[in-house]
Design a protein. Sequence first.
Length: 353
Amino acid sequence: MANKNNGNQVYTHADLNQDHSTNRAQPFILANREEIFEEKIERQSKTFWQDAWLQLRSNKGAVAGLIGLILLLIMAFLGPAISGHTYRAQNIDHSNLPPKIEALKNVSFLPFDGKDKDGFDLYESKQVKENYWFGTDDLGRDLFTRVWKGTQVSILIGIVAALLDVIIGITYGAISGFFGGWVDTLMQRIIEVIASIPNLIIMILFVIVFDASIITIILAMSLTGWIGMSRIVRGQFLKLKNQEYVMASRTLGASNSSLIFKHILPNTLGPIIVTAMFSIPSAIFFEAFLSFIGLGIPAPFASLGSLVNDGRKMLLIHPYQMFVPSFVLSFLILCFYLFGDGVRDAFDPKMRK
């Protein structure tokens, strides 16, 4: 039996049983039912790396840092080629010339008119026809070429030193954290002994004994720079090695190397990348510090730290010789920290929106 209620039919159990007995399919309609619109929610699936890239791209500071790093890298490799000078070339007749850019010489608030602090045009007095965009040093070397060559060397030192820290730190931390027990205890006591010695003293002694060079400075910074990376990797391995998927792989007969490199290490790449990003500006700063105290790259090679050290001697007379490389060095480190901070937020699940 069917009753009517607001225009919709309501079927009782008797009606349904009668329909079943007569093999007639009748619709079951809810009482007072109106048209129902169901909301369909869909979200495109993203991998961990895609999600991290979206978070990084939405961080304005990180994007600005990345753009700054790209511009500095371009100028570091193209700057010496477009200047028309080499970083070694000397011309005493062109010594201590202030910066001069023809297109900007009439802009009063920019120091690119080729005049010294007293308003005297040195280019006319020395009858110099070519323009030096960043000026020259006391030996007549083009600072534009030397600054970008020094940027190239500083970036190279920072990246190679950070790469060595990653390799040594991952290897040491993975072995210590994975095996644990007496192996972990012994390896951590070794780290404590090394870390108890100030790293600056180790670097200075290393550079003094083996003479300053690019390779020596990189090795000096790598003597203790890997300790922070190894501790982070060790902590990640201690946390992940007892997870269910690792124990399942071990039960299925996976070897230790397979567990380390195929199952645990890929899940620690986030903290490793973040730590490596912050290791690069630290290495650049330490190289600049060693150069500033006279233990950096020897002449005629140039780094930003050695250029700042050379310009310090002429600070009161020709301040541009120190300000230009100091600005480029500060901007380079700032861009690395902005980008590294964005990378850290992108890989941190707590910072996800």
